[in-house]
Ligand binder design. Structure first.
Ligand code: NAD
Ligand code: MG
Length: 382
């Protein structure tokens, strides 16, 4: 019986989430064991049975062979480029060296770039796909929860500069996204929680139902239940694609894609203060940042204290950081505000935030008084 059940599980069809944009449409496929089926899933979509795989050395060890075998089964040929794991690979240097060797190999216009890895690989490979020969077909195979629910959705790609993160890049929509939740089994618990924070964020922004779902199923997602993970990724991607479809290039000043920055004004300040050295994960900063945005909303009389307590309770139930005081580092409110004032989302010198009228009701707000922000930070443990 076990073997029959296993066979059934393997044959389970992935959940397909259609994404319809102004110039293109594609599907995000979510499920288990998609890497093993990647060749069959991609063969009908690739303009040519040739690909360049870009991955990092951690993911190479864990999953490259699985992908290569399944591509080979369907006659897709490939070359592979492996970068160092970590944010430092989103650099001009890595970008240039990969493009150099791709061109040296004589890449053709129809050869697809396949990103196999987390958000670092996806952002780098996507920008390479967007710019090499003015645009190559692109496939995302995200292997972290963060990349499955966030970075592989929406078409933003890019690299970092000495002036800040993600300041050079391009929009590049993929032919498809294969979100194989089986790969999450090897993801460290901290990384899993960091990605989960972006799912909670989606609920907070626009769906009380998704937030409620998180309260009921968050534990299962973090414990590695693949059905819960598939459903979590589906809901988060459905939410993000809806927001993105309405504002593809983040041209709306308020609401639109800007809402996806809930918790990020505070979060980026925390990350900037740590010097982006990897000690504080982005999702951890966002987790605390959402709570601070909620606290600021309560302080402005916009959001109920009950919703604030609910958010804290959920994050703490999953042992995620909710307050500045939950982090093992100390921060000064003054310095954090200085970082916020340098944020690229600043407009006309005013602090801009995404605030909440309650769980599931976010809106953008400019012109928030520094003193209030200072008070909220101090009360939270700065
Ligand atoms: P990451 O790509 O650095 O991956 C985190 C770590 O997990 C790495 O060490 C990686 O090697 C490892 N890893 C990946 N898959 C694994 C697996 N299945 N098992 C075990 N280990 C695995 O980080 P991330 O959190 O996935 O992405 C962060 C990046 O995403 C940042 O650069 C951020 O700017 C970017 N981002 C982009 C967007 C966008 O819209 N383009 C949105 C959000 C974040
Ligand atoms: Mg984020």
């Amino acid at each position: 019986t076990t073997r029959v059940i296993e066979a059934l599980a393997h044959s389970r069809r992935p959940v397909s989430l259609p994404v319809a944009l102004s110039h293109t449409s594609y599907d995000i496929l979510i499920g288990t064991d998609l890497l093993k089926r990647a060749g069959a899933l991609l063969a009908p979509l690739l303009p040519q049975k040739k690909a360049v795989i870009i991955t990092d050395s951690n993911v190479e060890t864990l999953y490259l062979e699985r992908l290569q075998n399944s591509l080979s089964e369907t006659g897709i040929t490939f070359r592979t480029h492996v970068v160092m794991p970590g944010e430092a690979s989103k650099s001009f240097k890595t970008f240039e060296s990969i493009i150099d060797s791709i061109l040296e190999d004589g890449i053709e216009r129809k050869t697809a770039i396949i990103a196999l890895g987390g958000g670092v690989v996806g952002d780098l490979a996507g920008f390479i796909a967007a710019s090499t020969l003015r645009g190559l077909p692109f496939v995302q195979i995200p292997t972290t929860l963060l990349s499955q629910v966030d970075s592989s959705v929406g078409g933003k790609t890019g690299i970092n500069t000495r002036w800040g993160k993600n300041l050079v890049g391009a929009f590049c929509q993929p032919l498809t996204v294969l979100a194989d939740v089986s790969t999450l089994q090897t993801l460290p618990a901290r990384e899993l929680k960091a990605g989960y924070a972006e799912i909670v964020k989606a609920g907070l922004i626009g769906s009380r139902r998704l937030f409620r779902w998180c309260e009921l199923n968050g534990k299962a997602v973090l414990e590695g239940n693949t059905e819960a993970q598939t459903e979590a990724v589906r809901q988060a991607c459905a939410f993000k694609t809806e927001v993105v479809a309405a504002d593809e290039r983040e041209q709306q000043a308020s609401n639109g894609r800007a809402l996806l920055n809930l918790g990020h004004t505070f979060g980026h300040a925390l990350e900037a203060e740590m010097g982006y050295d990897g000690r504080l994960l982005h999702g951890e900063a966002v987790s605390v940042g959402m709570q601070l945005a909620c606290a600021l909303s309560v302080r402005l009389g916009l959001c109920s204290a009950a919703d604030y307590e609910r958010l804290t309770a959920h994050l703490h139930a999953l042992e995620m950081p909710a307050h500045v005081r939950d982090l093992p580092y100390s921060f000064s409110a003054r310095t954090l505000i200085t970082h916020m004032q340098r944020d690229k989302k600043m407009q006309d010198g005013k602090l801009s935030f995404v605030l909440l009228r309650g769980i599931g009701e976010a809106f953008t707000s400019r012109d928030i008084d520094d003193h209030l922000v200072h008070e909220v930070l101090t009360e939270d443990g700065c």
